[in-house]
Design a protein around this ligand. Sequence first.
Ligand code: NAD
Length: 485
Amino acid sequence: MTHPAQPKASHFINGEYVEDTAGTPIPVIYAATGEQIATVHAATPAIVEQALSTAKAAQTAWAKMTGTERGRILRRAADIMRERNHDLSVLETYDTGKPLQETLVADATSGADALEYFGGLAASLTGEHIPLGEDWVYTKREALGLCVGIGAWNYPTQIACWKGAPALACGNSMVFKPSETTPLCALKVAEILIEAGAPAGVFNVVQGMGEVGGALVTDPRVDKVSLTGSVPTGKKVYAAAAEGMKHVTMELGGKSPLIIFDDADIDNAVGGAINGNFYSSGQVCSNGTRVFVQKGIKEKFLARLAERTGNAILGDPMDEATSFGPMVTENQMNIVLGYIEKGKEEGARLICGGKRADMDGYFIEPTVFADVTDDMTIAREEIFGPVMSVLDFDTEEEVVARANDTEFGLSAGVFTKDFTRAHRVIGNLEAGSCFINSYNDAPVEAPFGGVKASGVGRENSKEAIKHFSQVKSVYVRMGDVEAAF
Ligand code: NAD
């Protein structure tokens, strides 16, 4: 019998499901059991062509609709997503292995938030009038054209919506390629947009590995590429986009600092560290994986952290009591286990976890290392799994310098009751998305994105509009033209 997660076909193009079984089969594995639940096929060149040409053709008429009309469609899609939240969350759990407890509140719901927010903004995208004596300049905010979105595997619904909603609000069309690891959810986003009234072709989904991504990025018809992925992929995609002088948004990896001062409320700080390391089993780009704890509270912090981490419930992700799921793939599990071994070898003190959980699926116990030093591999490289490194510090000046000593710059957090210090420290940290007495909140109203190697551009908020549109300036002369001859 076909598994309920199996989509009708691999791709969604021009308003319908499309299949081409000549493409490389991509198995979809449920991470909690290791069972294959679906198969999709990578896009063949013919599928890529179909996706790009129909998206290109659909864009002109879409851009000519009023913002109010486009916005209404996006907001209708948001309503449909909310109505179907339970089913979409189950699918997200099959796609990623994340527990239903999380997917019910963080995936289709945040996708719907993006559709609603950008749907609301669509009608407000206006230009300026700039008076110049009798003459004037007016500006128009115009769509970029055909955009490509490429997703990572950790938030397949959210990433499709965070890219698709602002792109469509501005009058662009989009061809979206989900991660080959989690190919299922974006198809539902495409289906729902059509149901909500989006013209066929404005949001197409094609499957495939990096090769398909590369074919999309280098196509001369494409005006913009928005990638969520790792830094090495980001460098390749950015370079390929530069060849064609395309716009880019790069949402890449991180190794973000979370700084906890002596005066912090310990339970809130522990809660922040848990949210910033163990949500989605640590597979979150903005995670605060370098937890700097001021020496005065170190042991108290570690004791409370170990106690609360012991309350994590590992188990069947479909059971809403489960609060901690598996790694997305066996391969990712092995990468993370390798880092845990490195932590042990390099002398970090294991506080809890530190091994694969004794159960089916790709579960790793939530792991905390203390006495981590800045040069250890686990403190330098993005692990993308449930491995928290706790480092000690003495002074504010010292911790800021150490926190900034990384190629990454996605997020940063600080816990302290001293608000002057909180703002000063955040002001001195090299990061794009920051938190004071909190960690990893990502409401659609707030800009999201990194500095340094962690990215270029911003998603969400009004900032995203700037990255999916361009300004045309028009000089209007009222009098005669003066010319030299
Ligand atoms: P990845 O870089 O391996 O793949 C990302 C996407 O790029 C996939 O869809 C992949 O098929 C595609 N791709 C790979 N090579 C390509 C190429 N040459 N041309 C075009 N496309 C190509 O990343 P991943 O393993 O799926 O995700 C984990 C990474 O993503 C982590 O580094 C994480 O920090 C990052 N991430 C960042 C954010 C953010 O918003 N900043 C969010 C989630 C994940």
